[in-house]
Design a protein around this ligand. Sequence first.
Ligand code: RAM
Length: 340
Amino acid sequence: MNKMKRVLPFLMAVVLVSVFLPGCAPKTEASNTHAVVFKSTGNPFGEKLMDGFEAAITEKGGTVIRRAPDLPTAEAQIQIIEQLIAQKVASITISANDYDALQPVLTNAKAADIQIVTADSSVNPASRSVHINQADTQLIGETLVEAAFDQAGGSGEIAILSATSQASNQNAWIAVMEETLKQPKYANLNLVKIAYGDDLRDKSTSETEGLIASYPNLKVIVAPTTVGIAAAAKVITDRNLIGTVKITGLGLPSEMADYITNGSCPYMFLWNPIDLGYLAGYAALALAGDTITGAAGDQFDGGKLGSYTVVNASDGGTEVILGPPFKFDAANINDWKDVY
Ligand code: RAM
């Protein structure tokens, strides 16, 4: 009995310490569950991004919830985020359908101690801890203008076929493109239209057909979306317009190999969506584990990708940049078409 009296305060102290010290608190299953939300279903780029995210989280022993709405709208993502808050996930990584519209629901998520990471398509700085950017926004926009210039032979009509009109990543790239086109070098390039295929194959196809019909002198369509570029290249191929209208932009090698080979898309750019999701997974783990807060200068372990540093983003928030955009052409496309 005496011995018990002596041991009891010690036992109580151990229990108290383990309950009140965050690092020692027993992890519930939910606290080790990390969610990833893409713009919409049926997008192979999104599937690869979520694959990479899942690989990172599971390699660290966590559990993953993968979600995407049927249509790429902010409203649908808000519903999903509300469900994830109720599920008490540790973090939500999202490719957002709108820059500002998710702020109220993401504020609620933060209040519930859920870490918010964006990957691919960002939300405003107040709504996120950090954005995982595929490549420097300025560089992507400039690279696409230079590709249009080159493929148009230096002059003529070009058009953009984008995703949705609210997609923050596409809009940021297009804003840079419009600025870049003002440079004297590009004075003879005429951007006649920005069309929106909403990352839906059918709409992207009909928008391409509309561009061709409305602008018979169109030389290049720049599609900064993997869904749009594949749909546009198919239209050009089916209509025997190869060489007349050239397609470039951002495409998945697996979807674009045939079109790069047949010349409808002489070359295009992208980054590795699996790595993008993987890096976002490691950022989510670092935030949830209190290793970083998402402030500029924070460093974290990116698993097999090595160490990454958070930097200031041009929108006033912070971001992590995966790497430069990669050019795919006839010489290298076969090396990549089975990878992603
Ligand atoms: C589409 C999506 C995605 C974008 C790529 C390039 O799959 O819109 O957000 O990053 O294209």
